[in-house]
Design a protein around this ligand. Structure first.
Ligand code: HGY
Ligand code: MN
Ligand code: MN
Length: 415
């Protein structure tokens, strides 16, 4: 049985929930700072759990703290259609990165309740722990444990800059669940997300059908020099760790530029010790984030970094250690799930086009262990990971409605 093409989610209710959720961690500049496993994250989790219960769902939490709100199917022995994303944000994040996917999933079960829509497969709506990878690296670590990319011990032992362990923080906020993380069965996984790039809005396309996602490689580099006095130490006898790091930053950017189209290369974090105005830095720490839609190119970027760093260090008489902390391959999403998303966009009359995701998402990890697909909506000027992140209610309603129809097709409506 097909859902009626007039069926839409309630765009006002979806928007109100997004605005309500955005109050938790709201920043003066209109963004959201809701780092994973903080008290603010707990508040957002509690609100999601409350709303899910009101929509007739029962909650289970897994050992990485990811939340699964389940709506029974008429055959509850069948694996669920999972729909979800993340509620944690970047420190200068926006209202919609992650939250759109979780609130749209919630809106789907609300719509099903309103209209007494039954499906053969159960529906599970999900909030994954630590998608952003900002407080605890790497990103998408909980869905990474689900996908078997990391083991549970690795996931729970991640430490933030203050030395807090992810597992201890889960205990502290009361979300250390007991459900197993990997091997949780699912029939299909769907995620709605803002594009976080400018192209859908620029070309006036309502819906991105995400067919592929970039691979990622993340590194941590520590440059070791020698602290000394900024005055009497002759320029020719310095071992300046920050100067070495500066050379590496330039090289990272060149590696990104040399692997176009599609390559992305970013140094997001830099620390200098002792960070004193009149001391030549003896130690520098930096992070590298590589992305590419093509595995061979991503590997070439890796090789270029391994070659460039020792050459830069030799010139500056410093040394460096490179540790790779994240390595997730490009992923083609599942044909059947992609077709369900595309068919929904067509049926509902939204303009749409196939896109590749340059950002990482939990759907990429779920797609490594089962059928998955994503729905992209435009966002204003493509801005994200920035407090100015914005979208329209119409875009949210369109994304939620396509997600609804794709989910109902995959979960099989019952008369
Ligand atoms: O890094 C990413 O692409 C995502 O925001 N975790
Ligand atoms: Mn996200
Ligand atoms: Mn993000």
């Amino acid at each position: 049985m097909q859902a009626d093409s007039n069926l839409r989610v309630d765009g006002d209710r979806l928007w109100d929930s997004l605005m309500e959720m955005a109050k938790i961690g709201a920043t003066p500049k209109g963004g959201v700072n809701r780092l994973t496993l903080t008290d603010l994250d707990r508040e957002s989790r509690d609100l999601f759990a409350k709303w899910g219960a009101e929509a007739g769902c029962s909650l289970s939490v897994d050992k990485m703290g990811s939340m699964f709100l389940r709506r029974p199917g008429t055959d509850d022995t069948l694996p669920p259609v999972m729909i979800g994303s993340h509620l944690d944000t970047q420190p200068t994040g926006g209202k919609f990165d992650g939250a759109l996917g979780v609130m749209a999933a919630l809106e789907i079960v609300r719509t099903m309740q309103d209209l007494d829509i039954k499906t053969k497969h159960p529906i599970e709506i999900i909030n994954f722990t630590n998608e952003e990878g900002s407080r605890f690296a790497p990103a998408m670590v909980a869905s990474g444990v689900t996908a078997g990319l990391f083991d549970l011990e690795f996931g729970l032992s991640r430490e933030d800059e203050a030395g807090n362990k992810l597992g201890d923080e889960l205990q502290r906020i009361g979300y250390a669940g007991d459900a197993e993380v990997s091997g949780r069965p699912f029939h299909a996984f769907l995620e709605a997300h803002i594009e976080q790039g400018p192209f859908l809005e620029e070309d006036e396309i309502d819906i991105g059908i995400v067919t592929r996602a970039n691979g990622q490689k993340w590194y941590e580099i520590t440059v070791q020099g020698f602290e000394s006095h900024a005055g009497p130490t002759p320029m020719t006898r310095r071992r300046d760790a920050l100067l070495g790091a500066a050379g590496i930053i330039e090289a990272v950017n060149q590696i990104g530029m040399a692997h176009q189209p599609g390559g992305c290369a970013t140094v997001g974090m830099i620390q200098s010790e002792p960070n004193s105005r009149n001391v030549i830095p003896g130690r520098a720490f930096l992070t590298v984030d590589f992305r590419h839609p093509d595995q061979t190119a991503l590997n070439a970027m890796h090789d270029a970094l391994q070659k460039a760093v020792p050459e830069i260090c030799a010139k500056g008489n410093v040394t460096a250690d490179i540790t790779q902390i994240f390595d997730t391959p490009p992923l083609d999403f599942n044909d059947k799930c992609v077709a369900a998303v595309r068919g929904a966009a067509k049926k509902l009359g939204y303009t749409h086009r196939d896109v590749t995701s340059a950002a990482g998402h939990d759907a990429v990890h779920m797609g490594m262990v089962g059928p998955a697909a994503m729905v992209f909506t435009p966002c204003v000027d493509g801005i994200s990971h920035n407090e100015a992140e914005d979208m329209t209610k119409e875009w949210a309603e369109a994304g939620g409605s396509v997600l609804l129809h794709a989910a109902l097709e995959l979960a099989e409506i019952v008369d």
